[in-house]
Design a protein around this ligand. Sequence first.
Ligand SMILES: [Zn+2]
Length: 229
Amino acid sequence: MSPSLIDWEAGRAFLGRSFLMSVETAEKRIALTFDDGPDPGNTPKLLDLLASKEIVATFFLVGKKVRRHGDLAVGIHRAGHHIGNHGYHHFPFTVLPNRLVVSELRRTSDAIAGATGVAPRFVRPPMGWFSTRVLELFRLARLRPVLGNVYPRDSARPGADVIARRILRNVTPGSIVILHDGGWRPRIDRSQTLEAVDRVTDVLGADGYRFDTLPGLIEAARSAKSAKE
Ligand SMILES: [Zn+2]
């Protein structure tokens, strides 16, 4: 993910035309999303944490890692979380020719569907890099592009306090929060992210917030809207 566009108001408006950034709702509901897994060091601990709080989330998985850790992808799916496509090698799509972008998307979707039986419907491009060409390839692959509107930059590991503060400062009803349970390097430690998630879910939960998968958040917003009409 590139923070610059998300942190800049005009950039957000531009992104909002191409990506799902947040869901319009008055209800206190948000979606936590985790990129770059499945990771054998962090994902099981995160799954335990979410299970202990009866929280469901969305995981944007890297295809190559799904091939290597299929059991973790199955664990994520069985726990009721939603799984999206985050590319096969985590190469930025903008530097790849069309046929390789198509292959990155297809191989990842195949790996996820092979492990869980469910093909992804959402894509988050590696590093958040995209172009109109890449967006058109998402459309052809029937994958809905998603970024998010709360980006605490946990991947840089600024400390659990900072991550938690950035989330709490920016969350509003319908927010999509971008977090990481994996990373570029193997065996990267995401304990700061886990600690921040533990704290913010307590604080937000006490404030009346519920946590949904992406399709759950979209569906809840849709039914709240039609109930009002
Ligand atoms: Zn990523």
